[in-house]
Design a protein around this ligand. Structure first.
Ligand code: UDP
Ligand code: MN
Length: 528
């Protein structure tokens, strides 16, 4: 071979290897893309590698289920009933899981609800540009209830406003929520922006919501429980208000879906309450504050001192700026008051939007238990109290003395740093400016403490629940001031506790509390 042809050969070989290199890189790139895309699809539709046999089984199960749906049952949100054995089974289910699962399985997933809004809402023109990521977390919820939630969002939200629905499975053990749910999404909802994220194991409500928020890409996060139904026009006023005021965190007006009949019940067109709290660290419903009565009449945004927590909308970036959630909160509960106080104290605001209405199934009890039977609500609330309530936490710990110096509450450094970083106001500011009606048992009162009789006996509420009226009694005085013996004499001279006043009835001193009679309730000093 002469030198020329050798050179040509070398050139040829080089060219070949270059081409080969190029071709193999393209191949590798394509494989990587395919894997990435496929992974994305798995996140998107919860695609699990099921064989043909399993797919056929799921398909058959779904068809059976779909064939048993009774057309028009529960239409318009009317109460629905079954008869005979189904009715009996439904009652059993209600006792077991606080929800009539038999009935839910027979009501169409895409049932229509009547428009529950105040008529004035129809006059408002909304034209929001922001898009929503709706995040729905669930742990062992009923499949048909979850799907009805999803369908209602798809049907009631204008397409251009819905970026995605993100379902987060918080490690459910219920088998129908595994393959069958994934199969439903792939076969029935593949044209819709519904994504499914599965936690490897149960992480609790707070971390499940955080995971959903991390995956979300829409402008606004809207969190809903997995047993909700949205109604016409629910999303527009939320998105529009956040567009106007990005630090406003919004709660729709939450209607009741009855757990036994799935009736969509409202308190009327215009009546609603907003969020308060009790010193025991619980969320309560309170009347719209005096300063907000005009806004309420005009069905405009109404300030709310706290929120219930399951259903709310927040600007996605603001959610992260304002400290998302306390990731060390476990299980269920307490995160809603934490977020409420934080939002207000750190410069945001919480509002109820009366023209956005969403139904929620209020269950009589939680159908699930908590790992190690921990009182996660109490522990989470103790975390919140330490970080946000300053010295007012004394009342919470009077209710929960065992949590006061308990290491179970965990490390709070990060949350305290957050409060400093955001230069948040103190809890006194919150009480004075956001919730002046709140009765503080040892402020603006003539006296407070134990009411002692001779012989070391003290007036005692006998641990009567907050919302019950009943006789007060005498009990040995506790060595320290405990909540059952903590009484105040208000500025108006009433003998009272947080929510109730005492009066003499049949020669006995009783807690006075009549929900239907405004006059009989103590009026907090701020409301006068
Ligand atoms: N949830 C969850 N993980 C849990 C407990 C609850 O994902 O460990 C979900 C639950 O399925 C529901 C939401 O969190 O969608 C709120 O819980 P729930 O409705 O029981 O609370 P409630 O409305 O009674 O306050
Ligand atoms: Mn709920």
């Amino acid at each position: 071979m002469n030198s020329f042809s050798r050179k040509m050969l070398i050139k040829y070989v080089r060219l070949r290897s270059l081409k080969l290199l190029f071709a193999s890189s393209v191949l590798i790139f394509m494989v990587v893309c395919y894997i990435a895309f496929d992974l994305d699809e798995q996140i998107k539709y919860g695609k699990e590698d099921v064989g043909t046999n399993l797919r056929t089984t799921y398909e058959n199960q779904l068809r059976d289920y779909e064939n048993r749906i009774i057309p028009n049952l529960g239409e318009n949100g009317d109460p629905a009933y079954l008869v005979g054995i189904d009715a009996k089974e439904g009652e059993k289910a209600l006792k077991k899981i606080a929800l009539n699962s038999i009935l839910s399985d027979r009501i169409p997933l895409d049932r229509k609800l009547r428009d529950p809004r105040n008529k004035k809402c129809r006059l408002f023109k909304y034209n929001p540009k922001l898009q929503a990521s709706v995040i729905v977390i669930f742990y062992n919820e009923l499949l048909s209830v979850i799907l009805r939630t999803v369908w209602s969002i798809l049907l009631q939200t204008p397409k251009h406003l819905l970026k995605e629905i993100i379902l987060v499975d918080d490690g459910s053990t219920e088998s129908s929520l595994h393959g069958l749910l994934s199969h439903y999404l792939t076969t029935r909802l593949s044209d819709h922006p519904v994504k499914l994220v599965r936690m490897q194991k149960r992480v609790g409500l707070i971390r499940a919501r955080l995971e959903g928020a991390r995956k979300a890409v829409g402008d606004v996060l809207i969190f809903l429980d997995a047993h909700c139904e949205t109604t016409v026009g629910w999303a527009e006023p939320l998105l529009q208000r956040i567009e106007e005021e990005r630090t406003a965190v919004l709660v729709p007006l939450i209607d009741v879906i009855e757990a036994d009949t799935f009736a969509y019940s409202t308190d009327g067109e215009s009546s609603f309450q907003v969020g308060g709290f009790s010193w025991s660290g619980h969320f309560t419903w309170i009347d719209v504050q005096p300063s907000e009565v005009e806004a309420k009449k005009a069905v405009r945004p109404v300030r709310s001192p706290t929120m219930a927590g399951g259903l709310f909308a927040i600007d996605r970036k603001y959610f992260w700026e304002i400290g998302s959630y306390d990731e060390q909160m476990d299980g269920w509960g307490g995160e809603n008051l934490e977020m409420s106080f934080r939002i207000w104290q750190c410069g945001g605001r919480l509002e109820t939007i009366p023209c956005s209405r969403v139904g929620h199934v209020f269950r009589a009890f939680h159908p699930y238990s908590f790992p190690e039977n921990k009182d996660t609500h109490g522990i989470n609330t103790a975390r919140m109290a330490h970080v946000w309530m300053d010295s007012y936490k004394r009342f919470f710990f009077m209710h929960q003395p065992s949590l006061e110096n308990n290491p179970i509450v965990g490390d709070l450094t990060h949350r305290k740093q957050l409060r400093q970083k955001l230069r948040c106001k103190d809890f006194k500011w919150y009480l004075d400016n956001v919730y002046p009606e709140k009765f503080v048992p040892d402020e603006n009162v003539q006296a407070y403490g134990q009411a002692r009789t001779p012989f070391e006996m003290c007036l005692d509420d006998l641990q009567l629940p907050d919302d019950k009226a009943g006789p007060l009694g005498l009990y040995q005085c506790h060595p320290r001031l405990e909540i059952s013996q903590f009484f105040s004499v208000s500025s108006r001279g009433e003998l009272r506790k947080e929510n109730v006043c005492a009066e003499v009835f049949n020669d006995r001193l009783v807690d006075k509390f009549d929900d239907n009679d405004e006059q009989s309730r103590c009026v907090a000093p701020g409301a006068l």
